[in-house]
Design a protein around this ligand. Structure first.
Ligand code: HEC
Length: 142
């Protein structure tokens, strides 16, 4: 009888250990990886109507320095002074995962925002201005 109880305790111990380990590694994964930000297909496919040239890139740059630099940094590396106060990393606009996104995807994210990333729907009301910012963001690619 005694040995049976001990076995059960041992088993319960093992189960608890495994559960704790699984929970811990899950949490770590969660913190390491940014939460995926799903953009609706229709928005993804939106075409940038503002031609990328010196003029629109310069206009986008001015807007970026005014509205985005505080968090994203002048080069879009995610190292602006405000970034340290946020819970969410700002991302790196010179990186491949941003370069691989369509203009429509970036447009949607800038419009809608999410948690620490503000929505610019009301702050930048001209769509052309957001598209120009995207033209500028494309120059940040490594
Ligand atoms: C208050 C700080 C803050 C400001 C200001 C800000 N952002 Fe962000 N931005 C963030 C954070 C934090 C994230 C990451 C959000 C997330 O993943 O939930 C982000 C994410 C993004 C993304 C998505 C990047 C990706 O990896 O998919 C884009 C695009 C973006 N910002 C563009 C802009 C633009 C353009 C401006 C200015 C018009 C701007 N942001 C202003 C904090 C900011």
């Amino acid at each position: 009888m005694k040995t049976v109880i001990n076995k059960n305790f041992l088993l319960a111990g093992i189960v608890m250990f495994v559960l704790a380990f699984v929970t811990m590694s899950f949490n770590n994964k969660f913190q390491e990886k940014k939460k995926p930000w799903v953009v609706p297909d229709a928005s993804k496919k939106m075409k940038n109507p503002v031609k990328s040239d010196d003029g629109t890139i310069a206009a986008g740059k001015t807007l970026f320095m005014k509205h985005c630099k505080s968090c994203h940094g002048a080069k879009g590396l995610g190292d602006g002074p405000k970034s340290k106060e946020l819970d969410t990393p700002c991302g790196d606009f010179s990186a491949k995962d941003v370069a691989d996104q369509t203009d429509g995807e970036l447009f949607y994210k800038i419009k809608e925002g999410r948690v620490d990333m503000p929505s610019f729907k009301k702050k930048i009301t001209e769509d052309e201005e957001i598209w120009s910012i995207i033209n500028f963001m494309r120059t940040l690619k490594k």
